[in-house]
Design a binder for this molecule. Structure first.
Ligand code: AMP
Ligand code: ZN
Length: 112
């Protein structure tokens, strides 16, 4: 999709600190980390949010979650938080489905 930041990351035209890549998914470091480890995991294919992704391609949605686990392990994490902000009022600012992987410190609940 043109004018989509994370399509650019997936295509390699937008620079990113990639920690894991397959033909289907990419994991890279968040540019504004909220924890010692803060990764984003995206499908290469464009869907506006996690719900749209899961509805259209549940296998790919599962691959995103599997990649989150693998990327977390590569960073030495056993405990981490997996977050899909969905919609503007839930904090979504980039409308290409992505999972946040947050870890490396104790995390409080509930989130703000
Ligand atoms: P969300 O607010 O849930 O849509 O998450 C979008 C995330 O993308 C935010 O945590 C941003 O810090 C992050 N972000 C924005 N631009 C970039 C970029 N060029 N590279 C890496 N992360 C980015
Ligand atoms: Zn996109």
């Amino acid at each position: 999709m043109t004018n989509c930041l994370f399509c650019g990351v997936a295509a390699g035209t937008i620079p990113a600190d990639v920690v894991l890549r397959t033909d289907q998914v990419v994991a890279f470091r968040d540019i504004n980390p909220q924890a010692p480890v803060h990764l984003l995991v995206i499908p290469v294919a464009h869907y506006r949010d996690a719900g749209a992704l899961a509805a259209a391609d549940p296998l790919l949605a599962g691959q995103v979650i599997q990649a989150a686990q693998s990327a977390a392990e590569l960073q030495g994490l056993t405990d981490y938080r997996l977050v899909f902000n969905t919609g503007e009022h839930a904090g979504q600012s980039v409308f290409h489905a992505h999972a946040h992987v947050l870890g490396g410190r104790s995390l409080t609940w509930p989130p703000g």
